[in-house]
Design a protein around this ligand. Structure first.
Ligand code: 5GP
Length: 133
């Protein structure tokens, strides 16, 4: 059983912020920034691509509701909402989760940097959309 399934089953303690029949949310133990939250499905599913899209919609609704609470009650002024998929992207727990990471300052404890590459956008677009009906 996955670590997160044990948290859902209350076998491992967590600070639960939300729970319904399908979606569960709790504070990330690492608290990358204050209020760092994980939103997960109750069903065991490995990652973003393997999760039912309607369920993902429900998870994002909960993510938005919690973001509003964190904005209002912790004073966050922005958020990074992300999911790591597979080892190459830094996934360490293989039960799909959305990270909701509140931001308070551009120089706070989360660092995300998008580097810039000179690639042929037309070629990339053609490659992505090939075999499309
Ligand atoms: P990933 O690296 O897979 O995207 O994220 C996994 C997250 O799970 C990490 O941010 C990590 O801090 C969090 N995490 C790992 N173990 C526990 C735990 O036992 N309790 C809680 N609340 N979070 C955990």
């Amino acid at each position: 059983m996955s670590l997160f399934k044990k948290i859902i089953n209350k076998e491992i303690p967590a600070h639960i912020l939300y729970e319904d029949e399908e979606v569960f949310a709790f504070l990330d133990i690492s608290q990358t920034t204050k209020g760092h939250t994980l939103i997960i499905p109750k069903v065991e599913t490995k990652n973003f691509l393997e999760t039912d899209s309607q369920l993902i919609g429900k998870m994002f609704k909960v993510t938005q509701q919690l973001a509003k609470k964190i904005e209002e009650n912790l004073g966050a002024t922005g958020f990074n909402v992300l999911t790591n998929m597979n080892e190459v992207a830094g996934q360490t727990v293989f039960h799909f989760h959305i990270h909701l990471i509140p931001r308070y300052d551009e120089n706070d404890t989360l660092k995300i940097e998008f580097s810039s590459n000179e690639l042929d956008l037309n070629e990339i677009k053609t490659m992505i959309l090939k075999n499309q009906d």
